[in-house]
Design a protein. Sequence first.
Length: 167
Amino acid sequence: MKLAQPTLFIPCLLSTFFSFSLSASPIYQCKGPNNRTVFSDQPCEGEGQEIEVRDYKIGGAVGRDAGGRMYESEGHSDDLKTSDDSYKKESSCVFISSTELRRLKIRHSLKKGMKSKDVRGSWGSPSDINNYSKGRSQWVYYVTGGVRYVYLKDGCVTSWRTAFDRK
């Protein structure tokens, strides 16, 4: 079995990948050279068809349908209200894709709006946690030669800094 030539395969793959993020733009499936399937944002010459790309959101919350709306099932309305409250609380954090989260964790980096559980995944458990009013907290990490601080509000990173010992 012969694999597709990289010169055609990679642009087609990239074109398909980027067109998913631009779901409002039409995508056309055409027959290219040597009868290969090619995707384009321009109508095809000759034979081809416009294809529909659905926008699938990954994630969600318990008690919610795919569109984020609450649904109720018999006997679980109390659980759904609790779920709804936690959903609202987490909504102040920004959405970070799993790919970007993986990169941040590998680099031991943070991003504004990151969830506290993801901070633990990137920097580990803090040495100290200082809790303040109105959902604010400061996580302290003692590192060689200094201290790192992460500031959170309602479980989401607002800022961070590193202070080094001056000797």
